[in-house]
Design a binder for this molecule. Structure first.
Ligand code: CO8
Length: 260
């Protein structure tokens, strides 16, 4: 289905879906139309069994410049509260059940940084810049910047970025564990596709449960998280892919997974 604000592709052979935000003239500002399109595209990825991994990306200059300031600047508190404006769709990315990689080139700022933080892995181009400049607009992060960023890079660095609006470059983001890897800008999509293909080739149930368990680590005390992980681990012994994966290991051959 064509979208007004996104370009999408899906390769059935590899199970990799790519969602590209495509409002380059506005540095992929996250307009309501774009968030609606993104929600619809993500719904389809979760529903389509053959999708094994999703890549969310932007354009060369920007992953996203954040919420569309021109669209929201005249909103009032009652409108924002009662209409639940812009917040309606914002957590959809974090609720995706399939693994999702943010492939970030250029600016990922404000809501753009928060959107990347909702993904499972952030792969950064060497020209990527991350930050939460909302304080300079008279507001503050509103889609997880104070929460997910603090969990990702710690309190002091988060405070510094959120209180000053300073942007950090890809090398600093890697040093502080925000991104899994930095690659040359021209190699970003090749690297993202290669990573996504590897993830999509894994048995689906194991990959999805692994994602669920890692995310659970951010929500629960350690003992509950360990218990949850153990139950998921045990439940995988009910799948054909577990039998095939372990038989193949013992028989020294490649596994042929059924789910994929
Ligand atoms: N909203 C609207 N338009 C934008 C945005 C944005 N966030 N970012 C860039 N643009 C537009 C610019 O206005 C410009 O348009 P025009 O040509 O019509 O003037 C075009 O994109 C190109 O941008 P620049 O010329 O500014 O490009 P530069 O390379 O000079 O600068 C920057 C790049 C530094 C990224 C700069 O564009 C900038 O500062 N952008 C705003 C960044 C920002 O403050 N983001 C935070 C927005 S608020 C937010 O995200 C809160 C999210 C909370 C969600 C809550 C959900 C519940």
């Amino acid at each position: 289905m064509p979208y007004e604000t996104l370009l999408t592709e899906f390769d059935e052979d590899t199970g990799v879906a790519v969602i590209q935000m495509n409002r380059p003239e506005a540095l992929n500002a996250l307009s309501e139309a774009m968030m609606n399109d993104l929600t619809s595209a993500l719904d389809r990825c979760d529903k389509e069994d053959k999708v094994g991994c999703v890549i969310l990306t932007g354009t060369k200059k920007a992953f996203s410049g954040g919420a569309d300031i021109k669209e929201i600047k005249d909103k009032t508190f009652p409108e924002s509260y009662y209409e639940d404006f812009i917040s309606r769709n914002w957590e959809r990315t974090a609720r995706l059940r399939k693994p999702i990689i943010a492939a970030v080139a250029g600016y990922a700022v404000g809501g753009g940084c928060e959107l990347a933080l909702m993904c499972d892995i952030i792969l950064a181009a060497d020209n990527a810049k991350f930050g939460q400049p909302e304080v300079r607009l008279g507001v503050m992060p509103g889609a997880g910047g104070t929460q997910r960023l603090a969990r990702a890079i710690g309190k002091s660095k988060t405070m510094e970025l959120c209180l000053t609006g300073r942007l950090m470059d890809a090398a600093e983001a890697e040093r502080f564990g925000l991104v899994s890897r930095v690659v040359k800008a021209e190699d970003l999509m090749d690297e993202a596709r290669s990573l996504a293909r590897t993830i999509a080739s894994m048995p689906m149930a194991g990959a999805m449960m692994t994602k669920e368990a890692v995310n659970y680590a951010y929500e629960t005390p350690l003992s509950q998280g360990i218990q949850f992980e153990r139950r998921l681990f045990q439940s995988l012994f009910s799948t054909a892919d577990q039998k095939e994966g372990m038989d193949a290991y013992v028989e020294k051959r490649s596994a042929h997974f059924r789910d994929k």
